[in-house]
Design a protein around this ligand. Structure first.
Ligand SMILES: [Zn+2]
Length: 244
C-alpha cells in the first residue's frame, strides 16, 4: 500500500495510546486540494490520520500514535470524545446536501486495504468501525447514505443487519421508547423520552444512513427497526466477547 506523507500540525502528541475505533468521514469540500489545505491549516484546528483523494491516492497526515482532531464531541457505547482512542479516515466527497456523489471504487478499494491493515495491527473490533454520524448524530451526517458499508462488510469490516427484514407499519407511539432503549443499547447517545423528539429523529437518521440504507429515500420510521436493532445488539455482544 503506497502512502504519501502530507503532515498536518493539528494533533496532540502521544508516546503510546490504545487504538479502539476507526471513524470514517467524508470531507464535504469541493476538491481534494481544498480538503488537504484545510486539514493541514493550523487555523482550522482539524485533521485526520489518513486522507483518500478522489482517485484513491492515500496520504498520512498524522501518525497513528498521535491524536488527530477529527471526531470532536462524540460518544459511542461507553466511550466519550473519541479522538483520543480512534483513527480518523477522511474520504474526498463533496458531501450532503449538495453534490453528494457515489464514492469511487478506487477510493473504496484503498480504504478496505487500509482498514484491514489497521484492524489487524491494533486488534480493532468490527463493532468499533463507525461513521462520524454514528458518534455525533446531532452534528454530523458523514460519510452518509451513499457510503458502501455493504462492500466493506463483504471484506469482513464492520457489522450490518444479518438478514433483510421487510418493511412494516409505521412506528406506533408506544414503540418509540422501545426503539430509544434499543438504539441506546446498541451504542448511540440518546435519552429515553418516549417521544419522537429532535434527538431521536437525528439518531434514527444516522442509524438508517449506516444500517438500513434502502430506507434513505424516504426516512420512514417503521417498526422493522425493532428486530433489526435486536439482531445488531446480539452481533455487538458476540463481537465484544470474542477473543481475537
Ligand atoms: Zn466527519
Amino acid at each position: 500500500m503506497k502512502i504519501a506523507n502530507n503532515p498536518s500540525p493539528n494533533y496532540d502528541e502521544k508516546r503510546y495510546r490504545k487504538i479502539k475505533f476507526i471513524i470514517i468521514h467524508y470531507t464535504g469540500m469541493a476538491t481534494a486540494k481544498a480538503s488537504i489545505r484545510r486539514l493541514r491549516d493550523k487555523k482550522s484546528k482539524v485533521s485526520c490520520h489518513y486522507f483518500i483523494d478522489e482517485i484513491g491516492s492515500l496520504s498520512r497526515l498524522v501518525d497513528d500514535k498521535n491524536v488527530a482532531w477529527h471526531a470532536g464531541i462524540s460518544f459511542w457505547n461507553s466511550d466519550r470524545s473519541l479522538n483520543k482512542n480512534s483513527i480518523g479516515i477522511e474520504i474526498q466527497n463533496k458531501g450532503e446536501p449538495y453534490n453528494y456523489e457515489k464514492f469511487k471504487s478506487k477510493q473504496i478499494q484503498i480504504l478496505i486495504e487500509l482498514i484491514l491493515d489497521l484492524k489487524n495491527k491494533y486488534n480493532i473490533k468490527d463493532y468499533h468501525i463507525l461513521g462520524h454520524s454514528d458518534i455525533s448524530p446531532d452534528r454530523k451526517t458523514d460519510p452518509g447514505y451513499l457510503f458502501p458499508w455493504v462492500l466493506l462488510k463483504k471484506k469482513n469490516i464492520g457489522i450490518l443487519p444479518s438478514r433483510k427484514i421487510s418493511r412494516k407499519n409505521i412506528l406506533k407511539n408506544a414503540e418509540i421508547p422501545i426503539v430509544q432503549v434499543l438504539l441506546k443499547e446498541f451504542g448511540y447517545q440518546i435519552q429515553v423520552t418516549g417521544n419522537m423528539d429532535l434527538q431521536t429523529i437525528l439518531v434514527l437518521n444516522a442509524f438508517q444512513s449506516h444500517y438500513i440504507q434502502d430506507c434513505m429515500k424516504n426516512f420512514l420510521y417503521d417498526s422493522s427497526i425493532i428486530p433489526i436493532l435486536r439482531d445488531l445488539i446480539s452481533q455487538k455482544n458476540r463481537c465484544l466477547t470474542k477473543k481475537n
